[in-house]
Design a protein around this ligand. Structure first.
Ligand SMILES: Nc1ncnc2c1ncn2[C@@H]1O[C@H](COP(=O)(O)OP(=O)(O)O)[C@@H](O)[C@H]1O
Ligand SMILES: [Mg+2]
Length: 1099
């Protein structure tokens, strides 16, 4: 029964490419993983799962599957229903949050340029789209979406790895009301790369905002910035001209202005913000020259603009950049003295001022955004962590060290939550389990952050800083020595002449120790603070709120310890949420689409630990939950558990599992938790639960659908009758009959289905009577698809192991375009002739009107021509040449129709003419009448009586086909029964079908009726009718049972499509899924794929 969904899914949406959940890979090694990712990537599938973890490979091009259609498709759908997508993950978070009332977070990791930020944006926009809310909520949504470009302008820059690289980390919590509306939010920012305020590496740029300000389109700043650009004496090489050409200068700035308004900045504040940026740019113009070992400002002209912009005096600025007040202790007293700086120190002061201004401005913006989204009390939230990824540059300084450390911590969480925790939990709960080895990077985290035994790099760094001389000379060298002394023998550590090397989880990085101590100390000299506190602009004063008197005591916090603290706080926060993971992979460094650098990907696959991830996942249990939560979640399933189970929790869980007949090998009960093995088993529970909850909503939905369907059906019937209008007398029942389409129920008859192409839609199928050249009758299954007409007969097998058995045989297959015409009599009989070039087929079928109207439509679709339908009471048909003998020759026969008695045709064959007589039917101009009554019928509860009508009846058939009829009718009833199976059902559920479960059965049966006759297919198309769990996957998971059944190939088969397997006669194939469609899924020589059942015999 799962097959139908698969058909639908495949034919409607995508071709299958690799496996969409790598848990299903037949071989688990890096090569197979990389191969699978590549195969999918090349087919434009960037998303792949490992269980709940989403792997995303940067496509470097816009892919078409991020539209509203996908938002709709993934909303409320289970993971297995659709191809992997970031929307599925986002939807899952959102729904989990609502259902479990638990906070969620998603950790997006990956190298710089791997697509983290883009992923974060997709998540936010998805959540904003699927969640409701009034104007207040809309405002929060606007802020959430607009804060992105604003923070990107100030926090992103072009690097060699990414043109829009985030130079800060961000944890964005979207807060929700109990109703699931995003009504607040909070951003925590980390690690702004301050060095970029004053410098840049080769081939890189500074923060985007510099260039946007540089456009000079900022109102009152226009002139100033113009001068600035003109001055050409900048320390920071800005590429204004390039920017101007590349982007519309107005758009960037307008956009920015708008974003600032959305987050609540007043006009004046907006100007001041940009003014400060301009001031920072101008600070960069100040150069120094050396005179007698002292620094002097090279050209005083350059002091004017920054002083003006920052609201400070020129002299003050000059003094503070070239001298410093030092506190010196002398005996018991301390004394302040003014020290003149050398050029190096002066440059350092200038840059320190720029960095302080910029980073405080950045924090201010984050604060503004936070204030604008603030909520008085927090309910639930979804956190999105987008932090800048592991990075290696030519020269790696203190900032890279910090970034890589945070990434190391994130990897650690990942390991803890997925690998380690998973395994430890099994042990704790007493679940049977074989451990799996993996690299735990805790050792690297410790190397960096450990306090003692041995102290980590950060501790050693802090010690060096604490004791370093005010000017800091030689401190970095001291650091190298100390590191070497204290941790030189650590496995993951080496030193080199300029610094040290860390063996990170993601690879070796050499750090240049130069500037480490200075950056770690991160002290802003009192002088500079004082200078800025003297600004005439309150806004700028407020950026420097330090109380200089109070801050003199105690060991100051260092940048390293701050980051350590932030990282650990972050870990704490994340650990409190239900985590989700997106692991971004960067396929190349060229930023070009379709460029696959095998080694690069392989490396990422390795260090991300994907292989271990798959292995743990595969061996383990997909789902676990503490008994009480499980009971609470599925309470609705039985009356004993609703509203509350009284008694032992474990027994309650068992009771629930038994009530749904879950296989015993599918779960284990630990000490406090239940573990469920295959996700499919869980889905069963979920579906069941959902159906119970949604029952009411569905009744309403169904009524609407029925209403729509009835209208469609009425139209279809009218169309059908139009074909025969004024041409042919009608049978009494044919006008007002329901159209079922598939009267055979081919979905449950693989022996018939096997002849039909896997991607063909069956539009019509019914048992018909065929007349041969001697007017002898024989039964055939007539099948109409969107491409072909088929006639299927039955024959006794003459040879082989199945000798004597009756087998289906394809008797005729006519391409629709090859049909020349159809001819019928003008009487009410059921005869029709299909004319084709070679020979014609004379058939008799009570559903001829339905068949004809479908054929007419499909024919027109395919050929863009109208199908010729002729009416005559003397019909002629060609017979094919078949062998020797008096009847073997090609030639033609005739059918003569005449008025007789009764509603059944009476046939009288002679050698070349068949005489058919039948009584008068309804007049030729009859039209369907029962339109109004229909309503009550369909809105009523009783099942549609297609079973009765689906049973062939009528003259020749009745006489010749008693056995056949009962067969057909049992098929029809089988079809009815099977309809109920289209609903998700629990194993062995048949025994305990309750009354309200039967209702959808009738409803679903109704759903067959109006839609072009493909009974099963149309039901599947209905969204409301959720597919059978697990069946949305292109390839179902291997069964949990250890030994899979096998079959032997009777004949060789060449795969016709990428998702099929080829084999030779006598090959033994492992059967993964025996699908009633006639296409099974099997595994041969490591490859999984589909194959036609008729080519094999089960062992
Ligand atoms: N899903 C995607 N579709 C299209 N392009 C993408 C996608 N993900 C990333 N990119 C491209 O790659 C660039 C880098 O992605 P980004 O998310 O900024 O990387 P990261 O944040 O990991 O450093 C983007 O600017 C964009 O051009
Ligand atoms: Mg980024």
């Amino acid at each position: 029964m799962g097959s139908k969904e698969r058909y639908h899914w495949q034919t409607q949406n995508v071709k299958v490419s690799g496996v969409d959940d790598m848990v299903l890979l037949s071989k688990i090694n890096e090569e197979a993983i990389t191969d699978n990712l590549k195969k999918r990537y090349m087919d434009d599938y960037i998303f792949t799962y490992i269980g709940p973890v989403l792997i995303s490979v940067n496509p470097f091009k816009q892919l078409p599957y991020f539209t509203d259609r996908e938002v709709e498709l993934y909303q409320g759908a289970a993971q297995y229903e659709n191809p992997p997508h970031i929307y599925a993950l986002a939807d899952n978070m959102y729904r989990n949050m609502m259902i479990d009332t638990e906070n969620q977070c998603v950790i997006i990791s990956g190298e710089s340029g791997a697509g983290k930020t883009v992923a974060a944006k997709y998540i936010m926009s998805y959540i904003s789209k699927v969640s409701g809310g009034g104007p207040k909520v809309q405002q929060v949504k606007d802020i959430i979406l607009q804060s992105n470009p604003l923070l990107e302008a100030f926090g992103n820059a072009k690097t060699v790895r990414n043109n829009n690289s985030s130079r800060f980390g961000k944890y964005f919590e979207i807060q929700f009301s109990r109703g699931g509306e995003p009504d607040g939010g909070k951003i925590s920012n980390f690690l702004l790369e301050k060095s970029r305020v004053v410098s840049q590496n080769q081939g890189e740029r500074n923060f985007h905002i510099y260039y946007q300000v540089g456009h000079g389109f900022l109102g009152k700043l226009e002139k100033i910035t113009a001068v600035f650009i003109f001055s050409g004496n900048m320390r920071i090489s800005l590429q204004f001209r390039q920017v101007t050409q590349k982007q519309g200068r107005n758009t960037a700035v307008n956009f920015l202005q708008n974003a600032m308004s959305v987050v609540g900045l007043a006009e004046e504040e907006k100007t001041t913000v940009l003014q400060i940026v301009a001031g920072i740019l101008h600070l960069g113009n100040i150069a120094f020259r050396e005179e007698g070992n002292y620094a002097l400002v090279a050209s005083e002209d350059f002091l004017a603009f920054p002083s003006y912009l920052l609201g400070i005096s020129q002299d003050g600025l000059k003094n503070k950049l070239t001298s410093r007040i030092m506190d010196s202790k002398w005996g018991g007293k301390s004394e302040s003295i003014s020290v003149t700086l050398n050029t190096e120190q002066a440059c350092f002061s200038r840059d320190a001022l720029s960095k302080a201004l910029y980073s405080r401005l950045f924090d201010y913006l984050v604060d503004c955004i936070n204030k604008a989204m603030q909520k008085d009390h927090e309910e639930f939230n979804i956190g999105v962590l987008d932090i800048y990824g592991f990075e290696i540059f030519q020269k790696n300084g203190f900032e890279q060290f910090c970034i890589n450390f945070v990434n190391e911590k994130l990897q650690q969480i990942f390991i803890q939550l997925t690998l380690k925790a998973e395994q430890e939990e099994y042990v704790q709960e007493g679940i049977k389990w074989t451990p799996i080895e993996y690299f735990n990077n805790k050792v690297v985290c410790d190397l960096i952050e450990s306090k003692v035994n041995p102290p980590g790099i950060m501790s050693i760094l802090d010690d060096v800083c604490a004791t370093m001389h005010a000017k800091g000379e030689g401190a970095d060298q001291t650091l190298i020595q100390k590191l070497q002394m204290q941790i030189g023998s650590h496995e993951h550590f080496n030193s080199w002449n300029k610094g040290f090397v860390i063996h990170h989880y993601a690879g070796k990085v050499s750090y240049d120790v130069n500037g480490f101590c200075e950056r770690n100390r991160d002290v802003l000299f009192t002088d500079i603070i004082e200078l800025m506190q003297g600004s005439e602009y309150p806004f700028i004063k407020d950026l420097f709120p330090e109380n200089l008197e109070a801050e003199k005591r105690g060991r100051p916090t260092t940048a390293g310890s701050k980051i350590k603290k932030q990282a650990n706080n972050l870990v704490q926060t994340l650990m409190k949420c239900t985590p989700h993971y997106i692991r971004c992979i960067k396929p190349n460094e060229t930023k070009r689409p379709r460029d696959w650098e095998e080694n690069r990907v392989r490396h990422q696959v390795e260090y991300l630990g994907l292989r271990e991830n798959i292995r743990v996942r595969r061996a383990g249990y997909a789902f676990r939950r503490v008994f009480s939560k499980f009971l609470q979640r599925y309470a609705i399933l039985t009356k004993e558990t609703w509203p509350q189970w009284r008694g032992d929790e474990k027994q309650g869980v068992l009771h629930l599992l038994r009530s749904v007949n879950m296989d015993q090998d599918q779960y284990q009960l630990g000490k406090s938790k239940i573990f469920i093995k295959a996700p499919e088993s869980l889905f069963l529970l979920e579906e069941m639960r959902e159906r119970k909850y949604n029952g009411f909503a569905r009744v309403i939905q169904k009524a609407w659908r029925k209403h729509v369907a009835v209208r469609k059906y009425v139209r279809m019937r009218k169309e059908a009758s139009d074909i025969l209008l004024n041409k042919k007398e009608r049978r009494r029942n044919s006008l007002n009959r329901n159209f079922v389409g598939d009267y055979i129920g081919t979905d449950n008859h693989p022996e018939i289905r096997q002849f039909v192409g896997r991607r063909e839609r069956i539009e019509f199928a019914a048992v018909v009577v065929k007349y041969d050249r001697r007017f002898k009758t024989v039964k055939r299954d007539l099948i109409l698809t969107n491409k072909f007409l088929y006639l299927i007969g039955r024959e006794k097998v003459k040879q082989g192991p199945e000798k004597g058995q009756i087998q289906e045989v394809l008797k005729r297959q006519i391409e629709l375009d090859k049909v020349q015409s159809i001819s019928l009599s003008t009487f009410q009989d059921d005869f029709f002739i299909i004319h084709e070039e070679q020979y014609d087929s004379v058939l008799q079928c009570i559903f001829k009107t339905e068949f004809l109207s479908l054929l007419y439509k499909r024919y027109e679709e395919r050929t863009r021509r109208k199908l010729a339908i002729k009416f005559n009471n003397m019909l002629e048909f060609k017979v094919k040449k078949s062998g020797w003998g008096p009847f073997g020759a090609a030639g033609s026969r005739q059918i003569q129709f005449q008025t007789g008695q009764g509603d059944e045709a009476v046939v009288k064959p002679s050698s070349k003419v068949l005489l058919v007589s039948i009584g008068p039917g309804l007049p030729k101009n009859s039209r369907p009448t029962r339109q109004d009554k229909r309503k009550s019928q369909y809105f009523g509860k009783q099942p549609v009586n297609s079973e009765r009508q689906g049973t062939p009846r009528g003259g020749a058939q009745v006489k010749n086909g008693a056995r056949r009829r009962s067969q057909a009718s049992s098929r029809a009833s089988l079809l009815l029964r099977q309809n109920s199976m289209d609903q998700p059902t629990l194993p062995r559920q048949g025994q305990r079908r309750s009354r309200n479960q039967q209702q959808p059965q009738a409803d679903m049966e109704f759903m067959n009726v109006p839609d072009q006759g493909v009974a099963g297919m149309q039901r599947r198309r209905s969204k409301e009718c959720k597919p059978v769990p697990g069946s949305g996957r292109p390839k179902p998971a291997p069964r949990p049972k250890p030994r899979s059944p096998q079959c032997r190939a009777l004949y060789a088969y060449d795969a016709q499509d990428t998702d099929e397997i080829s084999f030779n006669a006598n090959d033994i194939i492992d059967i993964i899924n025996e699908d009633p469609s006639g296409w099974w899924i099997g595994r041969l020589r490591g490859k999984e794929g589909m194959f036609p059942v008729k080519k094999v015999s089960r062992l």
